[in-house]
Write a protein that binds this ligand. Structure first.
Ligand code: 4AD
Ligand code: MG
Length: 463
């Protein structure tokens, strides 16, 4: 019966049993005495399993030709290993080579020392490394934990549209969606493509599912949406992608304080699960990438909620203004440099910054009584800065309409959204969590391009 390497490590009653595994060669050594050692991985966990092949096996000449990356099926007896790098090994009875490597000298993955920068240039092959494999298993666990947490708490998942006519964040640039229809010109017989607005008006790839999630929250109370979102910003940084996944929770009858608690709880829940389920992966990352990984995660779990007003954040930054490239004053948006200073240098802990000036934030955020700031929060974590952005939503029809007009938005586009305030309006709040930034925070991998399977960034779409 076929078994994965993960199952071998989890079950302890397989010693001396015949086992059958499928995988790829990670490494191989051939001794002069006619024994070969081959390390096999199958992606199920960070462990490899070592196979021992003796030269009396029928196809030993094939074994001698194996190179890194070949795919194999092996059958043999599982025994305890004396080697210090692995607990088990397999005395191989049969080995079948399923796929050879064309020109092994050109195979881009080596058994060690593949830099992250280099791996970015081969996104289709990099999942074969233990590093990307470990990140992938952690990401999978985070994804599962998010749904688990919310389902247990009776939130309903809403798939919100990818194609939209609204720019909910007032984002500087969006991806335009149009159709290209083939057209044969009768005169010159040439084929032309005609670009059209398929939906009769300009449409875009969504920057956020929030506004449509609000429609559901205003009927079902607790909802979330979790899917890809798109920003055509020209930001080539370690924390920006043109296509990223966002978890957006929207809840009726809830306040800023409620969503602050919820943000904190969900991330703690995710981290607890990672510590419980992904220990091998974390250990691998500890050895290869980040000696602080366990400390950082434990610190987060032990952290208390710290909330500071935007104005107080600016005061702190003003006191250290020589530290920053650009000048600091009340009204500036916090950039990554400011955010990292606050969490890494000043508080040395995650923080929520609240009550930003309304001019820095989107039209839908609820105006505070000072008429100058909005009931918004950004959650900043060490090394990354903003990981979550959220707010109370403006539920008062007249305030909302005024904001739409003041910002020069086209009121017609928002009539349906204003309807939510005309018919049984409720106070409600919500937030968006950047999935890749969270994966980056948890794994200690600094660049989101290394945690997104096929990153899309400015001037860069491979695969
Ligand atoms: O702060 P943002 O732009 O908020 C919204 O889109 C709201 N509609 C969310 C809501 O309240 N439902 O984005 C939310 C989060 C950010 O905090 C950040 O973690 C992530 O999404 N994010 C990005 N991640 C990667 N690449 C980008 N270009 C990102 N832009 C935002
Ligand atoms: Mg934001």
């Amino acid at each position: 019966k076929r078994i994965t390497i993960n199952q071998i490590y989890k079950k302890c009653n397989l010693i001396n049993k015949i086992i059958n595994i499928y995988g790829w060669i990670k490494n191989r050594r051939h001794s002069k005495s006619g024994i070969s050692f081959i390390d096999i991985y199958d992606g199920s966990c960070s462990n490899i399993i070592q196979g021992i092949v003796k030269k009396n096996i029928i196809n030993y000449n094939e074994v001698l030709k194996l190179t890194i990356g070949c795919s194999v099926n092996i059958i043999g007896v599982l025994i305890l290993s004396h080697g210090k790098n692995q607990k088990y090994e397999i005395k191989i009875n049969t080995i079948k080579v399923l796929g050879w490597i064309d020109s092994p000298n050109e195979y881009p993955i080596s058994s060690k020392n593949n830099t992250l920068e280099f791996l970015r240039s081969i996104p289709h092959l990099r999942p074969r490394t233990n590093l990307i494999g470990s990140i992938t298993r952690i990401r999978n666990n985070i994804f599962y934990s998010i749904h688990n947490f919310l389902q247990k708490k009776n939130y309903f998942w809403i798939p919100t549209p990818i194609i939209t006519s609204l720019n909910s964040e007032g984002a500087g640039s969006m991806f335009h969606v149009s159709t290209l229809n083939k057209n044969q010109d009768n005169k010159d017989n040439n084929i032309h493509f005609i670009k059209k607005n398929f939906f009769g008006k300009k449409t875009f790839l969504t920057v956020s599912g929030q506004l449509t999630a609000e429609a559901y929250a205003c009927a079902m109370t607790k909802v979330y949406t979790f899917g890809p979102t798109f920003r055509a910003e020209n930001s080539n940084t370690t924390r920006h992608l043109s296509e990223f996944w966002m978890l957006e929770i929207e809840e009726a009858f809830s306040t800023l304080t409620d969503i602050i608690k919820l943000s904190n709880n969900i991330i703690k829940y995710i981290i607890k699960n990672i510590l419980k389920n992904c220990n091998l992966e974390l250990e691998f990352l500890y050895n290869k990438i980040d000696k602080n990984i366990f400390l950082r995660l434990e610190n987060f779990l032990n952290s208390k909620i710290t909330i500071i007003e935007y104005n107080d954040a600016i005061k702190i930054l003003l006191k250290s203004k020589t530290y920053f490239k650009n000048s600091i004053n009340f009204g500036i948006d916090l950039c990554s440099e400011h955010e990292k200073y606050l969490v890494n240098n000043y508080f040395n802990a995650p923080i929520f910054v609240i009550n930003y000036p309304k001019n820095l934030k989107a039209f839908y955020m609820r105006l505070n009584n000072d008429h100058n700031t909005v009931a918004a929060m950004d959650f900043l974590v060490p090394n990354i800065g903003e990981i979550i952005g959220g707010s109370e939503r403006e539920e008062r029809k007249n305030f909302l309409k005024k904001r739409i007009v003041d910002l020069g938005l086209n009121k017609k586009d928002y009539l349906w959204y204003i309807d939510l305030r005309r018919y049984g309006s409720v106070p409600h709040s919500g937030f968006g969590l950047g999935f890749e930034r969270l994966v980056s925070f948890i794994t200690g991998i600094k660049n989101v391009k290394d945690v997104a399977p096929f990153p899309r960034t400015v001037n860069n779409v491979l695969c």
